[in-house]
Design a protein around this ligand. Structure first.
Ligand SMILES: NC(=O)c1ccc[n+]([C@@H]2O[C@H](COP(=O)([O-])OP(=O)(O)OC[C@H]3O[C@@H](n4cnc5c(N)ncnc54)[C@H](O)[C@@H]3O)[C@@H](O)[C@H]2O)c1
Length: 245
C-alpha cells in the first residue's frame, strides 16, 4: 500500500519546478495525477514524463479556464481528492516604483489563482466528505523581501486564505494547508543574479538552496492518511532555516 494509492490529484504549475516534483512524487505514491499548467505542450510533456493520468492547459487567472479543468477532471476521473496549487510567478520591483500592472499580474496569478482553483474544486470535495488542498505559499509571505512586496503580499494572502478556507471546510472532511518553501533551485530563481543568490545562501542556516524533490515529501505528507489527518490551516516551512516562526 502506497501513501496515495487511488487518490485523484490535480497539480497546478505541475509542469514547473516544485509542482512537477510534487506531481512526480504523487504518481510514485500511487496517485492518479492530472498535471495542469499554462503551456499545453510543456504540460503534456511533463505528464508523459511522470506517468500522469491526465493533463490540462489552464490559466489560473481565468476563472472559466479553471472551472472547465475541474469539470473535465471530475467527469474523467469521478472526483478530485487532492488539489495542489503550485502555479506562480515571481518578478522584482521596488514597491514605490512598481508598475501597477506588475502588482496586478502577481496578485492575479499567485493569489487569485489559488482562490479560483479552490473555488471550483473544493465543493466537489465537500460533497464527498474528503479532500486535501495544499497551497504553495513562500517564506517571503512571512518575512517579506526587498523588491518583492507584490510577491510577499500575494503569498501572505495565500497563508490567510488557507487558514480561512480551512476553518470553513474542515468539518466537511476537507483539510486545507500551505507549504512555505525557502529558496529552491527551480526555473523561477534561475534568472536572479548570482550575487543575490550568494548573499541569500550566506543568510541561510543550512547555507544552501533547497531542491524541488525536498519539498515534495511535505506535500505527500499533507495529502496522506493518517500522516496528514491533523493538519488544518497550517503553513509548513521547509525553508533551510530562513524563517523560524
Ligand atoms: N523556487 C522558489 O524559490 C520558491 C520558493 C517559495 C515558493 N515558491 C512557489 O512555488 C511555486 C512553484 O514555483 P517554482 O519555483 O516551481 O517555479 P516554476 O517557474 O518552475 O514553476 C511555476 C509553474 O507555474 C506555471 N504558471 C505560471 N503562471 C501560470 C498561470 N497563470 N496559470 C497556470 N500555470 C501558471 C508555470 O508555467 C510554471 O510551470 C510558486 O507558487 C512559487 O511562488 C517558489
Amino acid at each position: 500500500m502506497r501513501a496515495l494509492d487511488e487518490r485523484i490529484a490535480l497539480v497546478t504549475g505541475g509542469a514547473g519546478g516544485i509542482g512537477r516534483a510534487i506531481a512526480e512524487a504523487y504518481a510514485r505514491e500511487g496517485a492518479q495525477v492530472i498535471v495542469a499548467d499554462r503551456d499545453a505542450g510543456a504540460t503534456a510533456e511533463a505528464a508523459a514524463d511522470i506517468g500522469a493520468a491526465g493533463h490540462r492547459a489552464i490559466d489560473v487567472t481565468d476563472a472559466a479556464s479553471v472551472e472547465a479543468a475541474i469539470i473535465a477532471t471530475v467527469r474523467a476521473h469521478g472526483r478530485i481528492d487532492v488539489l495542489v496549487n503550485s502555479a506562480g510567478i515571481l518578478t522584482e520591483a521596488p514597491a514605490t516604483a512598481m508598475d501597477p500592472a506588475t502588482w496586478a499580474e502577481t496578485i492575479a496569478v499567485d493569489l487569485t489563482g489559488v482562490f479560483h482553483c479552490c473555488r471550483y474544486a473544493v465543493p466537489h470535495m465537500v460533497e464527498r466528505g474528503w479532500g486535501r488542498v495544499i497551497n504553495i505559499a513562500s517564506q517571503l509571505g512571512i518575512k517579506g523581501g526587498r523588491s518583492l512586496a507584490h510577491y510577499a503580499a500575494a503569498k501572505a494572502g495565500v497563508i490567510g486564505f488557507t487558514k480561512s478556507l480551512a476553518l470553513e471546510v474542515a468539518e466537511h472532511g476537507v483539510l486545507v494547508n500551505a507549504i512555505a518553501p525557502g529558496p529552491i533551485e527551480t526555473p523561477m530563481v534561475a534568472g536572479i543574479t548570482e550575487e543575490w543568490k550568494a548573499a541569500k545562501r550566506a543568510e541561510l542556516p543550512l547555507g544552501r538552496f533547497g531542491r524541488p524533490e525536498e519539498i515534495a515529501p511535505t506535500a505527500v505528507l499533507l495529502a496522506s492518511d493518517p500522516g496528514g489527518n491533523l493538519y488544518v490551516g497550517q503553513t509548513l516551512g521547509p525553508n533551510s532555516g530562513d524563517v523560524m516562526p
